[in-house]
Design a protein around this ligand. Structure first.
Ligand SMILES: [Fe+2]
Ligand SMILES: [Fe+2]
Length: 213
């Protein structure tokens, strides 16, 4: 059985407890890409009235970005931009942004977080909303980047006959992008390349503390 900490209140935890927890954290963190890809697949068969299901839309958006020569991080953002559809029914872009936040640049994060408003340019007028809601960000450093993302990749990715590469095409870049957090309040305790930690491996004594309090 796994060696477990014994405290009942976190304030009573000891360095030995955190050694045990830390040993579990590295392999758990390494499996984040697998959990994300599995969660995206939850969208398979979820049409919601759209011409393609949300999984196909996600893969098609990423396919378009990949074929356009975008870099790994951009393609991964395209792939996961709607991953929040299941839990964030009224703010799906915030869920995607939260997942990507530790691993991507500020401009890509802004793009993902605001794509919901920018994508509205293509349909908000059909549902009684202002299609120009994005104009509130006119002059923002990432306005053009986000408008371009919607124009070239998100907006056209509802085509049942459109090229849609399978997840296996994106898996290597998903693992690369999620190999090491850039920004995290736990970064100092997780200063390691998770891609180098074999699944199931027991972390060394200097293993990072777990980060789920
Ligand atoms: Fe979206
Ligand atoms: Fe989308």
């Amino acid at each position: 059985m796994t060696d477990r900490a014994t405290f009942t209140r976190m304030e009573a935890s000891t360095p030995d407890d955190w050694r045990k927890i830390g040993a579990e954290f590295a392999p758990f963190a390494r499996q984040l890409p697998d959990r994300l890809m599995a969660h995206l697949k939850v969208l398979e068969g979820d049409y919601g009235g759209f011409p393609v299901d949300r999984y196909t839309h996600s893969l098609q958006t990423a396919t378009r970005a990949l074929k356009a020569g975008r870099d790994d991080e951009y393609v991964v953002c395209a792939l996961f931009h709607d991953i929040g559809d299941t839990l964030g029914t009224f703010n799906h872009f915030d869920i995607a942004a939260a997942v990507l936040k530790p691993f991507v640049t500020e401009e890509n994060l802004w793009m993902v977080q605001h794509h919901g408003i920018f994508q509205g340019y293509y349909f908000f007028h059909h549902i009684g909303l202002d299609r120009n809601l994005r104009d509130q960000f006119t002059g923002h450093a990432h306005f053009d980047r986000t408008a371009e993302f919607c124009d070239l990749y998100d907006n056209p990715a509802f085509d049942p006959k459109g090229e849609t590469l399978p997840m296996s095409e994106f898996e290597p870049m998903v693992r690369r992008v999620f190999a090491q957090p850039r920004n995290s309040i736990y970064k100092a305790a997780t200063n390691m390349n998770l891609a180098d930690v074999p699944a199931g491996a027991v972390a060394p004594a200097t293993a990072p503390a777990a980060v789920t309090a």
